[in-house]
Unconditional design. Sequence first.
Length: 113
Amino acid sequence: MAKTIFQRIIDREIPARIEHEDERCIVIHDIQPQAPVHLLIVPKKLVARVDGAEPGDAALLGHLLLTAATVAKKLKLTGGYRLVINNGPDASESVPHLHVHLLAQRQMGWPPG
């Protein structure tokens, strides 16, 4: 199976603007931002999507959310931010590699979508 674009970024085969990286995940700037701040928190372990996660992935999933909060604090996103996870084609998932979108610095509508 071919590597996802995120695996290629993690392996440094494709350049990306990296905001944060640790042993479990990488945080990159989205190349098609939907807000002034649009980051992707991507696990280094390939998990295709939330409904493909297993009980053993619980700590990793929690780490992604805690990393989002850490990066938001670093960027001083005091006005708030939105976290989004798309799961499947009907949710506009375009890469089959779980990732969390962090969007900020614009007013978000409700309901989303």
